[in-house]
Design a protein around this ligand. Structure first.
Ligand SMILES: *[C@@H]1O[C@H](CO)[C@@H](O)[C@H](O)[C@H]1NC(C)=O
Length: 212
């Protein structure tokens, strides 16, 4: 009987180990280029060309004329079909002066930011109960990592544009902007409930819900 409980304990432990390493699976073949026709999972390897692994334009500044002052170009399985199944996303990010990303998190990827021009303030916040804020000014040539799933803040501190390239260890990192998740959910989150959570009056919450 003791041995059964030992085996059970090992199985439970293995289960947790698996969860701890539950990132994008390793591929079982050299590549699986996404089939744009949707007829097959992978494109017939005989029809795969170098262009399936190619994307141009990362040297071009994005258009930052929007409320965030931010532009993103993405190399992912969507824009580089050869990346399908390989667990990687890569971005060029341009931020105008005062440009920013709202506090957000990526549920499925760790993020590595490499600043090529300008200067960014990047910080992430650890989970309950410490909520420790690891905040850093990251300049040209600097690298900063944001662990998977943690809420982070990003803004441009430079007088001019800042440019960064950003890597994610997932084919589909996902992004959840906290202001949108809280105040723009559809159907909306009950405003009385939110007023208690934020210790604000209900009208302030309703105003926030209108804004988003
Ligand atoms: C940038 O985006 C704005 C807003 O969408 C647009 O009005 C403007 O023409 C764009 N500029 C360029 C150079 O594409």
């Amino acid at each position: 009987m003791a041995s059964i409980s030992v085996v059970f304990s090992i199985l439970v432990l293995l289960n947790f180990v698996c969860i701890a390493f539950a990132f994008d699976a390793s591929p079982l073949q050299d590549f699986c280029v996404a089939d744009s026709t949707g007829k097959a999972l992978c494109k017939d390897p005989n029809t795969v060309t170098p262009n399936d692994f190619f994307l141009s334009g990362f040297h071009l500044p994005g258009n930052t004329s929007n409320p965030y002052g931010a532009a993103v170009v993405t190399a992912s399985a969507t824009t580089v079909p050869g990346l399908n199944g390989l667990g990687l996303t890569f971005m060029r990010v341009d931020l105008a002066p005062n440009g920013f990303f709202p506090p957000h998190f990526h549920a499925r990827a760790t993020e590595l930011v490499v600043v090529l021009e300008g200067s960014l303030e990047i910080g992430f916040i650890t989970s309950y109960p410490s909520y420790k804020h690891y905040n850093k000014i990251v300049g040209k040539g600097d690298v900063f990592a944001v662990p998977v799933g943690l809420v982070h803040n990003v803004r441009n501190l430079a007088k001019g544009n800042s440019v960064a390239v950003v890597a994610f260890n997932s084919q589909n990192p996902g992004v959840t902007n906290l202001p949108n998740a809280l105040f723009a959910a559809q159907p909306d989150i009950d405003s009385v409930y939110l007023s208690k959570a934020f210790q604000l009056d209900v009208n302030t919450i309703k105003e926030l819900q209108k804004k988003f």
